[in-house]
Design a protein around this ligand. Structure first.
Ligand SMILES: [Zn+2]
Length: 311
């Protein structure tokens, strides 16, 4: 069933509506899981994952237990116009949670989403980085929730689980708000903004189906062999930034293990025909983020590498 959880008339004969596809199964279970995407309008991987899920769940509706809700595009006008923030306000929706029923437009959308998802046992918030960085399928969870979220994250077929220190957790995000309210909420980051990386979408789709089976939302006898993710429990995440302005040309594929001193790419000056920054790995580790957008300035993030403690 398609349901509208929020709607408002915008200025220019345009209507903003946030919708979900609710799959209601066997009433013997009162459990609910919510899959959310499109909080950022320029992140499109979640569109394909939502399609795959809604297609699959519609085909297997007799196998569903409890409620599975899919919210493909929370920032629906942003998705339609491929802008990250909420038009016409230019506010980042993931910085105004828990929102407010009487606040600005983004605050009202945030509030409506929290009210709709509240009470779910589990929520998955699908993001796809931004237009600058390509991310290997990964889950980011905060240290304070790691014990309860890690067992869920490990079922989702991702390559990497990044446990953030408490200080880096943004309090105004959807995930933080929902975790505070008792819904176990995971953030998935994968791919790159404004594009769909199909292999990652299929990978996460398999992971979500696996989770639905394992958590008893789907009564299917599917034997998935999901990936065993690298978990950043004891290691260090290295950030590699550009040292000079220019054009970044990667020389290795991301999602690979790299050696200390190995070349990751180069920043070049097209005018001078010169390499201005030979980008080398600072450690033996796993390259899970790689710059996609070629134009860089000093300080631009080029890559992130996870070094295991004994790596
Ligand atoms: Zn995002």
């Amino acid at each position: 069933m398609i349901e509208e959880i929020f709607s408002i008339d915008l200025r220019v004969s345009e209507k903003l509506a946030v919708k979900r596809h609710r799959h209601t199964g066997d009433k013997s279970s009162s459990r609910r899981i919510s899959i959310v995407s499109g909080i950022h309008g320029d992140e499109l991987e979640g569109q394909m994952v939502s399609f795959l899920l809604n297609e699959f769940l519609t085909e297997h509706k007799d196998k569903i237990k409890g409620i599975i809700d899919v919210y493909p595009s929370v920032n629906s006008v942003g998705i339609d116009s491929i802008v990250r923030n909420v038009p016409p306000t230019d506010v980042d929706l993931n910085r105004v949670f828990p929102g407010s029923p009487e606040g600005s437009l983004p605050e009202r959308i945030a509030y409506a989403l929290v009210e709709a998802v509240k009470g779910s046992d589990i929520a998955i918030d699908i993001h796809s980085s931004n237009i600058f960085l390509m991310e290997i399928p990964q889950i980011r969870i905060s240290e304070e929730n790691a014990d309860s979220l890690l067992p869920i994250a490990e079922k989702l077929n991702v390559d990497f689980i990044w446990i953030h220190g408490a200080v880096t957790v943004l309090k105004s995000t959807f995930a933080h708000t929902m975790n505070q309210l008792g819904t176990k909420t995971l953030v998935v980051e994968m791919g790159v903004g404004m594009r769909i990386t199909q292999e990652y979408c299929y990978q996460l789709f398999d992971g979500i189906i696996n989770l639905l089976v394992q958590e008893g939302f789907l009564d299917l006898d599917l034997k998935f062999s999901v990936r065993k993710p690298i978990v950043s429990t004891n290691g260090t995440v290295h950030f590699i930034n550009a040292e000079a302005p220019g054009i970044f040309i990667p020389t290795i594929k991301h999602g690979n293990w790299v050696k200390k001193g190995q070349q990751i790419g180069k920043v070049v000056s097209p005018l001078h025909g010169r390499v201005v920054h030979n980008v080398l790995s600072p450690a033996n580790g796993f390259l899970f983020t790689l710059r996609e957008y070629p134009v860089v300035y000093p300080g631009s993030l080029l890559a992130r590498i996870y070094e295991e403690k004994n790596g």
